[in-house]
Each structure stands twice: as C-alpha cells, then as structure tokens.
Design a protein around this ligand. Structure first.
Ligand code: SAM
Ligand code: SF4
Length: 366
C-alpha cells in the first residue's frame, strides 16, 4: 500500500533538533533505528506507541492574547491561502481514520474564529470517529453550541484561567469572564457533559486561585484540569520560575479536600483525581515536571497543513504541499506513518540546552 510510484511527491523528513535519546521503555534509539517501519496496521512509532488521536488546528488566529500564549501586539498569522481548506482537512482525517485514528480534537488558535466550523464538525462526524472534541476560549461559543452539538460534536474543553473578572482580563487581555461563564452553562444545557475546564496556573498571577478552582469543580461538577505552563509561548518568555508544578497543586488541594487517583493514566495527559467525599474531580497536566511522553498517542495537524508528532519537536512535514501537488491517498498515508515512526521517545524540556520549539502553541495547535 505504501510504495511511492512514478512522479508522486515523496515525503521528506528532516530531524531538526535532538530530543531525549532514551525511550520510556529503556530501549536505545540505536536499537529502535534497526526496526523497520510497518507498512500496514496501526500508526506506531519506533518505541511501540500506537497513535490514535489527531489534533487538528483549524486556524492560528485568535480573538484573545493570553499572556502564556501570545504577545499583546505584533503576533503574525498565516495568510489565509496557506491554511488548509475544510476539504483538505477532511481528506487528511479520512486517511488518518483508515490508519487507526479514532479521536479528533479541533483546536487552534481559536477554532471558533474559523467560519462555518459546524460544517467541518458535521463532515468529520460523518467519517465516524469515536470521539470528536473541541478546545475553545468560549468567547464565541454560546450562539454556536447547539449547531456544533447537532453537527456531531461530542465534547468541549473551555479554557478559563481565573474566576475573577479583573484577573481574567489581565491574563487573557481580551474578552471577559462573564461570557465564558455563560458559555459553560450553554454547553451543559446542550448536553455536552461533563464539561472540562483548562486552567494554566502561573506563579504570581493566578496561583492564589488554585483552591477557588477546586471549590468550583466541587460545586459545579465541571472537571477542572490544571495545566503546567509550557515553553510554548510565542514571546519565548517561559522560564521555570513561572511554573507551578502539578505536585504543588495536588498537595495544596489535597490538604484541604482529600483526593484519590481515579482511572489509570493510559495515554491521557491528565492524571485524574476524585475528591474522596465524592464531590467532583480534577485533573493535573504536568507536561513539564512529569512528562507522559512514554504513553503519548497524539499527532497534530497544524492550520497550515503540517503534520507534527510532538509539541516540542520541530520535525514536521507539509501534507498541504503534498495534497496541492496532487498526492494520492497512499502518499498521504505514508507521510502520516513516517511522521509517527520518526517520533522521539520524549521531550527534552528538562535537559540542559533545551530550546523552545520555533513554532509556538497557537501556531501548532494546543
Ligand atoms: N484558543 C483555544 C483555547 O485557548 O482553549 C484553543 C487553543 S489553546 C492553544 C489550547 C490550550 O493550550 C488552552 O487550554 C491554553 O490554555 C493552552 N496553552 C496555551 N499556551 C500554553 C502554554 N504556554 N503552556 C500551557 N498551556 C498553554
Ligand atoms: Fe488564543 Fe487559546 Fe492562545 Fe489564549 S491560549 S491566546 S485563547 S490560542
């Protein structure tokens, strides 16, 4: 299936920056290099990780300017004709589905600023994925939530980093808290439950709200997921002193309301914890201090059509160029297979000399 014939464009992969050289299972890269890439079966990398989750960034643009993601002014965006069309996204998704991708998450930038998103959701839904989810800042969500649900959307994550209006404004710089709170209710009224909230905790900015967010989870039944600040801000200002670790968050909350681990980590990034008294759930996404690379099952498609196997690796390949050069489905499938196969065992944030990726979170798709 995956031989490349005639003049079909050939995917070329360049390793830009080395990542961690030892795999989570202890196998060396040298041994992994000796394995041959399978030409059929699931999308698997050299370390045996099977990939079934595709994040599609539908735009790199956004209506907010969160301090941990974008500068207040001066962010540049891709020209519109550089972005994948919905037809091109559906093409990639269809091929990915045939290779074993079962879950799709739409993200960005802010996915709801892309026109006609429900029509994309409807077309993805028709392909029959087990899971079809959206991550959004929710500023435009309330009027669209019913059409998104009717189109086949199954789950929503809303990002919200403060429960105080002024604080919300200083972290997100645009938008307002009230609109986001109303969107939470609209999501639940549409039956898209349980609602998950993404909260990036920054030292000195909103770390005094950790218990408030835990209380919010207890009162509302919404699953609050605390995310460690990652070196993916476009300004390149990340440093360890701003990071509040998942461990610190756990200790603070559990001292007030005891927690117990639920489920197993599997490939989900969040470690899940229930309040022992049965009043709700939180999640910890400790990407920096406790990387979950060993069980990572994710691939990303950037808004400009590059396939990327890791947030922290600059290795990517343009499926858009393949598609626009007339590649057939086998060539796209091979590019997806190669992207997964080439994946490094882990990120190197905690290694000396780590350099942030050249593309930031909103350019890649969070
Ligand atoms: N605009 C949408 C939103 O904010 O939900 C979707 C895209 S956003 C890039 C996806 C997620 O990445 C959000 O939950 C956001 O808080 C998170 N994020 C952005 N930059 C981050 C960073 N440097 N470290 C950790 N999380 C970050
Ligand atoms: Fe926009 Fe989301 Fe980045 Fe905030 S985190 S600036 S909402 S893309």
């Amino acid at each position: 299936m995956t031989t490349i014939d005639g003049d079909a464009p050939t995917p070329v992969f360049v390793s830009v920056r080395p990542h961690v050289r030892e795999s989570a299972t202890g196998a060396s890269d040298e041994k992994a290099e000796r394995l041959a890439m399978p030409e059929s079966g699931p999308l698997v990398d050299r370390y045996g990780r099977i990939h079934n989750d595709l994040r599609i960034s539908v735009t790199d643009r956004c209506n907010l300017r969160c301090v941990y993601c974008m500068p207040e002014v001066g962010m540049t965006f891709q020209p519109r004709d550089a972005l994948l069309t919905f037809d091109e996204m559906i093409r990639v998704a269809r091929v990915a589905r045939e290779l074993g991708i079962t879950a799709i998450r739409l993200t960005g930038g802010e996915p709801l600023v892309r026109k006609n998103l429900p029509s994309l959701v409807q077309r993805l839904s028709a392909l029959g994925f087990d899971d079809l989810a959206l991550t959004t800042n929710a500023m435009l969500l309330t009027p669209m939530v019913t059409s998104l649900k009717d189109a086949g959307l199954k789950r929503v994550n809303i990002s919200c980093d403060s429960l105080k209006p002024d604080r919300f404004n200083s972290i997100r710089r645009r938008g307002d808290l009230q609109t986001v709170i109303e969107a939470m209710a609209a999501v639940e009224a549409a039956g898209l439950t349980p609602l998950k909230l993404n909260v990036v905790i920054l030292r000195g900015q909103n770390d005094d709200e950790i218990l408030d967010f835990a209380a919010f989870a207890r009162e509302t039944g919404r699953v609050v997921r605390f995310i460690e600040f990652m070196p993916l801000d476009a300004q390149g200002k990340w440093d360890n002193s701003q990071l509040v670790s998942g461990r610190e968050i756990f200790e603070l909350i559990s001292a007030r309301w005891p927690l117990e681990a639920i489920g197993n980590h599997n490939s989900a990034p969040a470690e899940r914890f229930a309040f022992v008294d049965g009043q709700g759930e939180i999640g910890l996404i400790s990407s920096v201090t406790q990387p979950f690379c060993g069980t990572c099952n994710r691939l990303r498609l950037t808004a400009d059509g590059a396939i990327r196997n890791c947030l922290f690796s600059d290795d990517e390949h343009s499926l858009r160029d393949l598609i626009r050069d007339g590649a057939d489905d086998d060539v796209i499938a091979l590019a997806l297979r190669r992207a997964v196969w080439e994946k490094y065992p882990g990120h190197a944030i905690n290694e000396p000399g780590f350099l942030s990726p050249t593309r930031s979170m909103s350019m890649i798709g969070g």
